[in-house]
Design a protein around this ligand. Structure first.
Ligand SMILES: Nc1nc2c(ncn2[C@@H]2O[C@H](COP(=O)(O)OP(=O)(O)O)[C@@H](O)[C@H]2O)c(=O)[nH]1
Ligand SMILES: [Mg+2]
Length: 366
């Protein structure tokens, strides 16, 4: 009797009853999976260097993360990969939506893997920062390439700023190169600032166009024309072939009006069909010629060095801005100062200086 009382007391520990089998095995499985999902930096690095795609994908996810602890891990992985990176050709591909970028990348990518190349396809898509969509979302256009073991397709990162997204893509290039990809294709939509960002991370910049009725050059931004190392008129098939050839001539004339490039390269124009594959091989031949020339005259290496400096400064700029705007004191003052500026109570320059001073003073104290 007395014994029973003790047994019922809250202080009494029940005799060892093993938990039901199903609970423990589930829990163990969950924990195991969780651990599996969080490989160490060392595991990621080894995986990437062995060309393991799942390690590569996980590392890219880390790079894309905004979590501060992920940032440190991502940096560690990138740093370790750096000595094994840099040995690829980086090609930027731009053009307005509908011009056939995805279809072109499918055809071009298959052409490259048939030559024994390992192709990674990345994207910088400013619209995905808003819609969380992606220009590579339409993987249906890349049915063959998706299945190709020598190709890796990664949709665009989403993020708050184009600068942030672009920087992540730049870091992703390093990881892909370390994983053994020797040809990196970066797709971007031909609108806004994304071309400039992509231009600053590639060796060769390709502008896709289609022939339309009338003035071919209308609506094309001068800046984008200036950046292009080649203009390729896509959809040169069926009834379109003649028009495409005319467009080619017109672009060629226009390109010759631009000053000579620092690379010593004269931008070329060509036509292709991503559906019939006509002209696709020719695009790679153009790029090979470009590489030969710019590696001989050293431009290729100088440009990469310059680009590295650019990304260092960009990263500093981004970080400084983020730190400033995320500072609690600045967040407190920013709205009221904006109002004061809009009603002319204070000059915008004085206001900016005051906020910067506040930030600097807090920095000194911390
Ligand atoms: N006739 C023809 N159609 C094409 C060609 N390339 C792409 N298209 C079509 O153009 C449409 C837009 O292609 P897509 O690759 O999604 O363009 P993106 O928005 O630039 O990526 C699709 O219906 C494609 O089938 C081509 O070389 N010839
Ligand atoms: Mg597309």
């Amino acid at each position: 009797m007395k014994n029973d009382k003790i047994k019922n007391s809250a202080l009494h520990e029940k005799e060892g009853i093993s938990p039901p089998e199903i609970v423990s095995s589930n829990a163990v499985e969950t924990i195991k999976n969780f651990r599996k999902k969080q490989p160490s930096s060392q595991e990621l690095i080894e995986g990437i260097l062995n060309g393991n795609i799942s390690a590569l994908s996980r590392a890219i996810t880390l790079v894309e993360s905004t979590n501060a602890s992920h940032l440190a891990k991502a940096n560690e992985v990138i740093n370790a990969c750096l000595p094994y990176a840099n040995n690829s050709v980086r090609i930027g591909i731009t053009g307005v939506p509908g011009v056939g970028k995805s279809t072109f990348i499918e055809a071009f990518g298959k052409q490259l893997t048939s030559l024994g190349k390992k192709v990674a396809v990345l994207a910088v898509d400013p619209s995905s920062t808003i819609s969380h969509g992606s220009i590579l979302g339409d993987k249906t256009r890349m049915e063959e390439l998706v299945k190709d073991h020598n190709a890796y397709i990664r949709p665009s990162a989403s993020g708050e700023t184009l600068g942030g997204v672009a920087r992540k893509t730049r870091e992703t290039i390093t990881l892909c190169e370390a994983a053994g990809f020797d040809t990196i294709l970066i797709e971007t939509v031909g609108v806004g600032q994304s071309e400039t960002a992509v231009h600053s991370m590639v060796d060769f910049f390709l502008l896709l166009k289609i022939s339309g009725a009338g003035d071919e050059l209308q609506g094309i931004k001068r800046g984008i024309m200036e950046m292009a190392d080649a203009i390729v008129i896509n959809k040169a098939d069926g009834d379109n072939i003649k028009k495409a050839n005319l467009a080619k001539l017109e672009f060629n004339r226009a390109l010759h009006l631009f000053p000579t490039k620092k690379s010593g390269w004269t931008p070329t124009t060509s036509t292709c069909s991503s559906l019939t594959k006509e002209g696709i091989k020719g695009v790679w031949e153009i790029i090979e010629k470009f590489l030969k020339l710019t590696k001989t005259n050293n431009y290729y290496f100088e440009k990469r060095a310059e680009q590295n400096q650019y990304w260092m400064l960009e990263t500093i700029n981004e970080q400084l801005k983020t730190n400033f705007y995320n500072h609690p004191e600045i967040q407190k003052l920013l709205e009221s100062t904006k109002k004061a500026v809009s009603t002319d109570e204070i000059s915008p320059f004085v206001a900016a200086q005051e906020l910067l001073n506040v930030y600097q003073n807090y920095k000194k104290l911390s």
